[in-house]
Design a protein around this ligand. Structure first.
Ligand code: S3P
Length: 429
């Protein structure tokens, strides 16, 4: 797939809107599909990952109309999905496959889910195990731990599940199955992962309790169609936040970004590094906090990152690593083992790529140490087929001594199809 060459910039300037939140977009289709009535979604992210979710639900008989602005989902009620006639292809999307496996576990029909070569390597035991405990019959490659997965659902019973990792995909998969289970299902996790499912379940009228330690969902309650306004994705905004922080003489306003506290770890970390980031005009949209984000160039310093902030910033580490590469001193990242099982192993991918740019990086099993430098070299790096590695390397190029060529950047379309266009728009050469 194609490569791109990004030239250094003298500053980043302007006012932008980033595409809709990927996590919220997935959930709007899923809950809309099983609610009663017509759900309308504005600001939906039309990236490849979300289109995988949309296609999967169309294949289960759900009518979904898209006029280019608003998505209209005609809900089929809790028990109205149809057995798909073919394998459901989730593409590159971990959220699609793990959440849909939970939902399919509640259906009294047969289904098979799979994905691309990257997704077929990612761990599925983390959802297969709890869903099997609830009564779903799931088989798959490698003893049921890798996709394709075949699911015979129905007749679920509630469980109490203590997840060993903080993961919204695990939590949400179980919550979706719980809508169909007899009695109550509760999930706890070591520290809070993104809580979009909890918020959207409540918004659609599900019966649930959210406690500081986790969530309890009661089965058998129907959902009501809603109007969902999706805010901009903070994970997409993060690349532009880092771009404006590290490029001299920059000032950038990113409008209408979701600032749910379970997602704003990246802002906390970059502010602790000395980043000038302000949230302006905080408000609420469809049950989610939203604000405009104003960023100015800053001198960054290395920090220690570990503990409960890690799941709150889990998708932003590639961007944070680039900020660390430009910071004064050492940034240490720990408790971030989950990065090894994302679209690619993001610890190794970032370590290898930053070293190509002349940065000293020491990998540990659950993180890395990055020694910042005023000088990043130009050259060639590989995206490893991972959208966030490709975008973080593009941001690094803005402050490199010469251009950086990034290979295999087609993957950026999974979450941010307009990324390169927007980067070009705000880059002053
Ligand atoms: C997501 C949860 C996160 C995140 C992913 C989206 C979600 O994964 O990395 O991009 O929408 O639930 P984990 O829950 O596995 O950490």
């Amino acid at each position: 797939m194609s490569s791109i060459t990004i030239q250094p910039a003298s500053s980043i300037k302007g006012s932008i809107i980033v595409p809709g939140d990927k996590s919220i977009s997935h959930r709007s289709i899923m809950l809309g599909a099983i609610a009663n009535g017509v759900t309308t979604v504005r600001g939906f992210l039309r990236g490849e990952d979300n289109m995988s979710t949309m296609h999967a639900f169309r294949a289960m008989g759900v009518e979904i109309a898209d006029d280019g602005e608003t998505i209209e989902i005609t809900g089929r009620g809790l028990h109205g999905l149809k057995e798909p006639g073919d394998v459901l292809d989730c593409g590159n999307s971990g959220t699609t496959i793990r959440l849909i496996t939970g939902l399919l576990s509640g259906q009294s029909f047969f289904s098979v889910v799979t994905g691309d070569k990257y997704l077929r390597k990612r761990p599925m035991k983390r959802v297969v195990e709890p869903l099997s405990q609830m009564g779903a019959q799931i088989t798959g490659r490698n003893g049921g731990t890798l996709a394709p997965l075949a699911i015979n659902g129905g007749n679920l019973k509630g469980i109490r599940y203590q997840s060993p990792v903080s993961s919204a995909q695990i939590k949400s998969s179980i919550m979706l199955a719980a809508l169909y289970a007899e009695g109550e299902t509760s999930v706890t996790e070591p520290s809070l992962s993104r809580d979009h499912s909890e918020r959207m379940f409540r918004y659609f009228g599900a019966s649930l309790d959210v406690l500081s330690s986790g969530v309890t969902v009661r089965g058998g309650f129907e959902l009501t169609a809603m109007e969902v306004n999706v805010p901009g994705d903070i994970s997409s905004a993060a690349f532009f936040i880092v771009a404006a922080l590290i490029t001299p003489n920059s000032e950038l306003l990113i409008k209408n970004v979701g600032v749910n506290p379970s997602r704003t770890g990246v802002i906390d970390i970059l502010q602790a590094m000395g980043g000038d980031i302000q949230l302006v005009g905080s408000r609420e949209l469809s049950g989610e906090p939203v604000a405009d984000i104003l960023v100015r160039s800053s001198s960054l310093k290395g920090v220690a990152i570990s503990g409960s902030v890690v799941p709150r910033a889990i998708d932003e580490f590639p961007a944070i690593c680039v900020a660390a590469a430009r910071a004064e001193g050492i940034t240490t990242i720990r408790d971030a083992r989950e990065l090894r099982v994302k679209e690619t192993d993001r610890i190794t991918a970032m370590a290898v790529n930053l070293r190509h740019l002349g940065i000293k990086v020491c990998e540990t099993e659950d993180g890395m140490d990055i020694t910042g430098s005023e000088q990043l070299l130009g050259g060639a790096v590989d995206s490893c087929g991972d959208h966030r590695i490709a975008m973080s390397m593009s941001v690094a190029a803005l402050v490199a001594a010469s251009a950086i060529t990034i290979s295999d950047v087609g993957c950026v379309a999974t979450s941010f199809p307009t990324f390169f266009q927007l980067l070009e728009e705000v880059s002053v050469k």
